[in-house]
Design a protein around this ligand. Sequence first.
Ligand code: FAD
Length: 153
Amino acid sequence: MDNSTYRLIYLSRNEIQGESQQVHREVAHILDVARKKNAESGITGALMFNSGCFAQVLEGPLSAIEETFERIQCDPRHSDVVILSFDSVDSRSFDSWSMAYVGANIDSIEEFDTFRAESGFDPDNIPANRIFEILKEHLLDAEDGSSMMSAAA
Ligand code: FAD
């Protein structure tokens, strides 16, 4: 049996339509479900959202990541899901969060937008480690409570 921890990082295009308030309500709903299910299956991670796209890091056992990502990939609330990296890692970086949310942090959204524009919006030009670092950095910033997040159960 493979006891390793894996980390998957992907990018996708937002397909949630509507007014900003409705969209944020839907993202909050995604987070509620994700946190509950991830806590049950031993997944931790972080999600970033802006109006155009999502970036997410999932960490956990291989089978749990595969099952969770299979569901996520089929979700019609986003499209063009592109895996940026999927590797075994020595330890988790988001071990306290069943799914941290850094999309409420305005600095992270601006940085993410700039970064995507610089890459020409081409996933092939987006290094996974840059996404990972942005998420980690803003997660740490968010520890003062300026972003919405949830501790893993
Ligand atoms: P059910 O709740 O039974 O739903 C059945 C189908 O309908 C699924 O394909 C589901 O995706 C879709 N669906 C559900 N609600 C809606 C809706 N409001 N509008 C349109 N379609 C809908 N889940 C996790 O467990 N962990 C995560 O980390 C996670 N991250 C996510 C990140 C993003 C960007 C998105 C878009 C979704 C994420 N989800 C996550 C949600 C995931 O895609 C599933 O919806 C969820 O896991 C429930 O799966 P289910 O099979 O029980 O679906």
